[in-house]
Structure formats: C-alpha cells, structure tokens
Design a protein around this ligand. Structure first.
Ligand code: ADP
Ligand code: MG
Length: 474
C-alpha cells in the first residue's frame, strides 16, 4: 500500500537547519496496526504528516499504491488526503459550535456526496464507534474519550484505506485509552492504521507491528515488510478517481451556518465594521461641510465688501507709514527754548501730497468682458458704476420736498455745504471716493443684475430678506 524510501525532512528555522527525519525507509501492508514509538522530538509527527500528505519530504520518495508521489500535483495530494487518508489527533480538533453529527458530516462535504447520503454515512460511522445515541450533542458536552471517538468516526466516514493517529490516547486515562484502542484494533482488520504513541504497553498489546524511532532514524521494526508493491499497470487507463469537490450551494450553506452559529460575533463584527464606515462618512461630511461654510462666509464677506477698483486710487498705506514715522527722534534740540509742534501741519501736508494712482478702467472693462481664464465662473457678479447718483425727492414731516440723499441730509444738519467741505478738506474727499465710506454715504444703490438676462443676480435673494413689496423683475 505505502512505501517510504530513504525519506529525509529538514526544517529551516531561524537560519539553522533541523533534520527531523534522516533517511526513513518503511514498507506497509494493506492492513495492519503499526505503532510508532519514540521520545518526544524524534520526528514521529513529522513522519505521520508526510505519510498523510500534510507535509512534503525534502528528499527520498513516498510511493502510494506503487505510484511515486514525486510528480504529484496539488490536486493529486488533495484527492489523496480526502479519499485515502483519515486523521485522528491528540487534541480531537472538533468544531465546537457544531453538533457531533455535523462534525462528522463536514468531513464529507469535500467529497461531493449528496446531503442525505452524507447524513446516512455520518450516522453509520458514529454508530460504529458507539455514539449512535449522542448525535446532537455539542463536543463540549462530551468526555475526552467520547470526543476522540467522534474524531475517529470523522476519520472513517470517507472509508479511507489508511488511518493516521497522532497520540490519540495522549490526553486520556487508561480505561478510556483501552476503549479507543479496542475500536482502532477492530478497524485495523480491514485497513492500515499507523499510530504514534507514547505508551509502549498499549502498543505492545494492540499493535501488530512496532516501529521505534530515535533522532529521525528507525532503530527497530518488530515486523518488517519487504515485498515490493507492484507499479500500477497502465496509469493512463486508471479508473477515474473522484476529485475533491464541493458544490457552490454547499459552500454557501456552510458559510451561512458558520455565521448564524456565531450570531453575537457576526453582529459585533458588522457593528465594528460599520463604525469604521460611519467614521469615514462623518469625516467626509465634516470636511465637506467646513468647505461649504468657508465658501458661504467668503461669498457673504465679498458681497458686503466687494473688490472694487476705482478710476482714482489713494495709497492709504503710504499715508499711514508717514503718520507713524512722524513722532520718532523728537528731542534733538536744545532744552531751553520753545519750539512749535508741527504735527498737525505735517498731517495736513501729508494728506495734500497723497499720491493718487489712475486706473485705465475702459481697458480693464474690455479685459473683463473678454472673460479671461473663465473668470465668469468664479465671480458672483460684476457691477460697473459711472459716478451717477439718483436724485430721489421725498416729503419731510412738514410737507416740504427734500432730496433723500445722505450728503444732503448731513449738510443740512450741520448747516454747511457738504460739497464745499469735500473740496476743501482732503479727508472728506477721500471718504467719498473710498468705496467702504462712499457706499455708506449713499441711500440709493443700484442692484446687482446679470449682464445677459438683465434679471436680478441670484446672490441678492440669498443676501437680503424681502420685508415688504416685491422684488423688481427688470
Ligand atoms: P515528535 O512528534 O516525535 O515529538 P516532531 O516530528 O514534532 O517530533 O519534531 C521533530 C523535530 O523537528 C523536532 O526537533 C522539532 O523541533 C522539529 N520540527 C518539527 N516541526 C518543525 C517546524 N515546522 N519547523 C522547524 N522545526 C520543526
Ligand atoms: Mg508529535
């Protein structure tokens, strides 16, 4: 059935090589009960894993039914593991949240057998190990011996030719170990069992052959088998082996089942996941909202204090520099005289000598009208002013007609002619030409309109509340 030829296994751990197996050669009969004995660390598990296809040998050859595994593909190993070998481990390796029956059934899901057939065979295997009445218990509700029997049933449900057991009684008391050994012994009548054990007495009593291992080498074999396995006659014409398969529906049902048996964990995972998503959404919303807010503030501010370009421009900053520089280095004269304070004189002087720049507004308007670099997309409105003010007249409480203009009003209150004052005092002149001041001085203002449609600019509806009457439509 199985032949190992000079098998070597070297692990590389942390840069150093560990030779776990150093040339193991063994030949197994079709049905026998082989016990492998040896101290801890001598390579027993490694050997079993290589025989079962769970691990690869570094050198040598493993022949299965006369066929070398040297050119085995992953798919061949899958088929071998699923149809020819059953495993039993010291720690049972059962799925805790599934019933005993499901645990055994699961071993069949990869072999492409129908659900009803799976159930029937799982029941049968469990009856064989004496657990026919415990089908619906969970592993945690069972004793160690019972769990190991479930594991044996699971290993047998595929009806494999080889059963591999790694210290199956290592965690069990003597009485329970004997029960397990009895079951294994019975199974060994019709198949090959290779069992690793620490217990020489059990091996002596139950096994038909004992192999002792030391430091990766065989030191004794109580019943060696030398006959060569015949090579398969025509490998090409071999009966088509059933390959490992699982239907899509089975896979889906399995996943769903796993999710549902761990409801709390599934819920928590989804919850934690959604916290992450919500967090990201919040951050996006926040940054988006802040940007929108900044845009709104910008628009509000710019509509209250629009960028404004005048035909004549006073350089206010140069005036401020002159004013602040005036009082420096004041007392460099003799202290026994009286000097005039020229601050006011200097101030007036500065104002009169203020430089005014002149802008070519006609050229600038032409430039704006050409829509340079898509300017129109970035401004709310452009308004051109031509220095005309409306002359609106109203009746005062006494019934006499007056001009409704702030300049006129101030002039009448102060009893002086504002126009005259403006021309004589540069400061007043400056106030009327500086937009922030002059806008405040006017009662009547042209509304923003869209150049193309002649309708009111939408900005107005946002910036002002209509208290009485209606918006003009032209
Ligand atoms: P046993 O089952 O007889 O106690 P193992 O087969 O588990 O022994 O291990 C044999 C040797 O190989 C030990 O020295 C162990 O440290 C080493 N070994 C086993 N598995 C690995 C691994 N995955 N990586 C590195 N060294 C390993
Ligand atoms: Mg081991």
């Amino acid at each position: 059935m199985l032949t190992l030829k000079n098998i070597h296994k070297t692990y590389t751990a942390g840069g150093t090589d560990v030779a776990a197996l150093k040339g193991v050669s063994l030949n197994f009969r079709k049905s026998e009960f082989v016990a492998i004995l040896g101290p801890s660390g001598c390579g027993k598990t490694t050997l079993l894993n290589i025989i079962g296809g769970l691990d690869r040998y570094s050198d040598g050859d493993l022949k299965i039914g006369g066929r070398s595994t040297k050119e085995f593909k992953d798919r061949d190993w899958d088929t071998y593991r699923n149809h020819s070998v059953g495993f039993v481990f010291q720690s049972y390796n059962l799925i805790p949240h599934q019933s005993v029956l499901r645990n055994v059934e699961l071993a069949l899901t990869l072999s492409g057998v129908s659900r009803a057939e799976r159930r029937r065979r799982a029941k049968e295997a469990l009856e064989k190990v004496g657990l026919g009445d415990q089908l619906h218990k969970k592993p945690a509700q069972m004793s160690g011996g019972q769990m190991q029997r479930v594991a044996i049933a699971r290993a047998l449900v595929n009806n494999p030719e080889i059963l591999l057991a790694d210290e199956p009684t290592g965690a069990l008391d003597t009485a329970t170990s004997v029960q397990i050994m009895e079951i294994l012994k019975e199974i060994a009548n019709e198949r090959l069992i290779i069992m690793v054990t620490h217990n020489p007495e059990l091996a002596e009593y139950y096994a038909t052959r004992t192999v002792r291992l030391l430091d990766g080498e065989i030191v004794s074999d109580s019943n060696p088998y030398t006959e060569e396995w015949p090579a398969p006659e025509k490998p090409k014409k071999r009966k088509k082996e059933k390959h490992t398969s699982m239907s899509f529906f089975t896979a889906l049902a399995l996943s769903l089942n796993n999710l549902m048996t761990k409801k709390a964990r599934t819920f928590l995972t989804s919850f934690a996941g959604s916290i992450g998503i919500i967090g990201i959404a919040l951050i996006l919303a926040l940054s988006n909202g802040v940007q929108t807010y900044i845009d709104a503030v910008q628009e509000d501010t710019l509509s209250t204090y629009p960028l404004s370009i005048e035909a004549e421009n006073v350089d206010m900053s140069s005036m401020l520099t002159t004013l602040t520089g005036m009082h420096s280095g004041e007392s460099d004269h003799e202290k026994d005289r009286i000097y005039p304070n020229e601050v006011l004189y200097d101030l007036i002087n500065t104002m009169n000598s203020l430089e005014t720049d002149t802008n070519n507004l006609a050229a600038f308007k032409k430039y704006l009208d050409s829509n340079p670099e898509g300017l129109q997309d970035h401004v709310s409105a452009i308004r051109y002013g031509y220095g005309q003010s409306l002359s609106v007249f109203v009746k005062d409480p006494e019934g006499s007609i007056v001009q409704s203009d702030l300049n006129d009003l101030v002039a009448r209150i102060m009893g002086a002619d504002m126009e005259e004052m403006q021309s004589s005092i540069p400061m007043a002149n400056m106030m009327s030409t500086t937009p922030a001041f002059s806008n405040g001085m006017q009662l009547w203002e042209e509304m923003l309109t869209d150049k193309d449609s002649g309708k009111l600019n939408p900005l107005l509806y946002e910036q002002y509340d209509l208290i009485h009457g209606s918006w003009p439509d032209a």
